[in-house]
Design a protein around this ligand. Structure first.
Ligand code: SF4
Ligand code: SF4
Ligand code: FES
Length: 234
């Protein structure tokens, strides 16, 4: 029988089936915990750390990624404490330095209130979120993509840099990649975030904790948008 557990996120009581991640529980309840590498239906890997939260136990708070954290009975989670917001902004600054020209990263920065990065710009075309690798492996059972290398040399690659026969030509790896979202036509002042996206910045100001079905979520297929899409097709 399905066992339900009750957790609190930012003071809101949420009841979910045991085994649900804290991130999914919060998103389902309409609490926006920003996320990047998370995708419904594939194994969470906790790669980007954008979804960090504090779990409070015995008066002590521990910071951890919420997409890889299972909801447990009585768990108390803070997703928008000052410490979490500070740490999340720092993580997004690092992502912005990695990929300042990515629309998804720019939007993510705007959503969490980051307007520029203090880190050296690298201008990569991949932030190692692993969405492509997992969709290829777990949805298409193709295993045509994988991570190679370590540290700063880590990257996503095809075996021997050649498209293998196992590739289904589904293009899902491209569709789910946050780097391939069509750039916005507005002025972009890299390394600063242009900040002209009313849909992002005004909502981030007005509703810092809440899922407001933002274009950022639609753009990189946040869990809530994916569920909405599935329901629409059902
Ligand atoms: S196009 Fe090929 S490499 Fe990309 S997800 Fe599909 S099967 Fe994998
Ligand atoms: S290629 Fe895109 S989807 Fe794949 S790991 Fe890099 S940023 Fe993520
Ligand atoms: S969404 Fe949780 S670590 Fe990336």
């Amino acid at each position: 029988m399905l066992k339900m557990v009750t957790i609190t996120v930012d003071g809101a009581t949420i009841r979910v089936p045991e085994g649900t991640s804290v991130l999914d529980a919060a998103l389902e309840a309409g609490i926006c915990i920003p996320n990047l590498c998370h995708m419904p239906g594939v194994t969470p890997i906790g790669a980007c750390r954008v979804c960090i939260v504090e779990v409070v136990k015995d008066g002590r708070a521990k910071m951890t990624a919420s997409c890889t954290l299972d909801a447990k009975e009585g768990m108390v989670v803070r997703a928008h404490s000052d410490a979490v917001l500070r740490a999340r902004r720092n993580i997004v600054e690092l992502l912005l330095a990695e990929a300042p020209n990515s629309r998804a990263i720019q939007d993510l920065a705007a959503r969490v209130g980051v307007t520029k990065s203090r880190y050296p710009m690298r201008n990569n075309d991949c932030v190692l979120c692993g969405r492509c690798v997992r969709v290829c492996d777990e949805v298409w059972q193709s295993k045509s993509l994988g991570f190679v290398g370590r540290g700063i040399n880590r990257r996503v690659a095809l075996p021997f840099n050649t498209r293998p026969e196992s590739c289904k030509h589904c293009n899902s790896c491209i569709d789910v990649c946050p780097m391939t979202i069509t750039p916005c036509p507005g002025p972009m002042k890299v390394p600063d975030v242009c900040g002209l996206c009313a849909s992002q910045t005004s909502m981030a100001d007005k509703f810092p904790d809440t899922c407001v079905w933002c274009e950022l979520g639609r753009g990189f297929q946040c869990a809530r948008w994916q569920v909405k899409g599935l329901l629409a097709k059902a």
